[in-house]
Design a protein around this ligand. Structure first.
Ligand code: PXG
Length: 437
């Protein structure tokens, strides 16, 4: 079969303005390391690691080879009541990489599935301990936890919820931490805002802690424009959860695997959650996969009852898929061999100085950064996101891919990015900001 791109009508594109896109399609034909090759032959610098996922750069040979070899050896093995070597190896590798006693790993196929899995584990955990009144799940405004029913419910993005009815009834949301009045142009963690975690006390007063199963937050919110946690905020959330028997879930789908210059945000901020969701960088995005990490006390609470009975009635046909395991193992090898997490941390000051050259760019009202992630926020002009979309398109025309989220241009280059490429990213955004002013 040939790949014809003459008829674009059958494909219903995700999170895309379908009709606008199909009128002027942007088709990618190939990719290598930092660069996409478009169908028209143009080369585009990938400033977003795919979608926050290709942390080691595109089409890494070791990963490609590992996937091909695994496909030839064992294409699939049922995940229920059966296992294969790679999935146990991978779980052990991940448990060793994760901080604290986040030592048990449940495999899924995406970030959305990781989130719904973690929420279900939290509910099952309380029930197993005889505390089945704890059914309420707390998310946060401007949180993104994928698009499945659980993640949508705890998510805090209006557009992602309003088409889909009432969803779960047993959720509530913390206030978000974004405050330009106090924190505009912060470098790294903003100094102001630890007390915003006390909003959890408001929800505890409202609902009673005895009804709350878990709180889920992104340690750094990615999709809604790189919201960096204020100093002390995550520590305070941890304290309040501990004091009230509430599980703390970190959604590390974006922050996991090096984005913040450490294996996980939990390492970077020295706060260990009870459950941690990951995906994206786990396989360098070469095969879809997610992993939920559980601390020993959570896992062990469910390893009770008769040994012949399934402890958690949950799982997916493709949980721990052999190809995904092969991709993940090869990816972890690259991260370790090339020291990519430490490399990201070393590059951070250079990246920080570079992005803050945009502080004075036309229309920019905030620049914020941590690890190899930055958000450049534009003043709302002609409707939310209109200006930033123009900047995004101009950057693309100039050969650089960024990600637009509302009024924010986010950049999150692969951890292999060079200093020259950082400069090019930033200079291109500056040029685009000037050209669209
Ligand atoms: N949690 C977080 C924190 C995410 O960032 C998901 C869950 C869901 O993952 P899946 O694999 O189901 O898509 C995500 C996904 C953006 C953008 O523009 C970010 C994501 C997805 C799409 C767009 O920043 N993150």
């Amino acid at each position: 079969m040939t790949t014809s791109t003459n008829d674009l009508s059958a494909y219903w594109m995700p999170f895309t303005a379908n009709r606008q896109f199909k009128a002027a399609p942007r088709l990618v034909a190939g990719a290598k390391d930092m660069t996409y090759r478009m169908a028209d032959g143009r080369e585009i610098l990938d400033g977003t690691s795919g979608l926050w996922c290709v942390n080691a750069g595109h089409c890494r040979e070791e990963i490609t080879r590992a996937i091909a070899a695994q496909a030839a050896r064992l294409d699939y093995a049922t995940a229920f009541q059966m296992g294969h070597g790679a999935v146990f190896d991978l779980a052990s590798r991940l448990a060793a990489l994760a901080p604290g006693d986040l030592d048990h790993v449940f495999f899924v196929n995406s970030g959305s599935e990781a989130v719904d899995t973690a929420l279900k584990i939290a509910l099952a955990y309380h029930q197993a301990r005889g505390d089945s009144r704890r059914v309420r799940l707390i998310g946060r405004e401007r949180g993104y936890h994928g698009v499945n029913f659980g993640g949508m419910a705890v998510g805090g993005i209006g557009n992602n919820r309003k088409q889909f009815g009432p969803g779960l009834g047993t959720v509530d949301h913390l206030i978000h931490t974004h405050d330009l009045g106090h924190n505009a142009f912060s470098r790294g963690q903003p100094a102001w805002g630890a007390h915003l975690a006390d909003d959890l006390l408001r929800l505890i007063a409202l609902h009673d802690a005895s009804t709350i199963a878990a709180v889920i937050v992104e340690p750094m919110a990615g999709s809604t424009g790189v919201l960096v946690p204020p100093m002390g905020y995550l520590e305070r959330l941890r304290e309040i959860c501990d004091a009230h028997g509430i599980l703390l879930i970190f959604d590390e789908v974006i922050t996991g695997y090096g984005r913040l210059g450490a294996p996980f945000a939990a390492d970077r901020f020295a706060v260990v959650p009870d459950l941690m969701t990951t995906a994206k960088g786990l396989t360098n995005a070469a095969v879809p996969m997610g992993a939920v990490f559980a601390r020993a006390h959570v896992h062990d609470a469910l390893m009770t009852g008769p040994e012949n009975v399934i402890e958690l009635f949950h799982g997916y046909t493709y949980s721990g898929h052999p190809l995904a395991c092969a991709a993940a193992l090869a990816t972890l090898d690259i991260y370790a061999r090339d020291n990519l997490f430490a490399r990201a941390r070393e590059l951070e000051p250079y990246f920080e100085d570079a992005v803050h050259r945009l502080d004075d760019a036309p229309g920019v009202i905030d620049v914020r950064n941590i690890g190899l992630a930055a958000g450049i926020e534009f003043k709302t002009e002609g409707g939310v996101g209109a200006r930033a979309y123009k900047v995004f398109l101009k950057c693309l025309e100039l050969g650089v891919l960024t990600r637009q989220a509302g009024d924010v241009i986010a950049i999150s280059p692969p951890l292999i990015v060079s200093r020259e490429e950082i400069d090019r990213l930033v200079d291109t955004i500056a040029e685009a900001a000037a050209a669209t002013a």
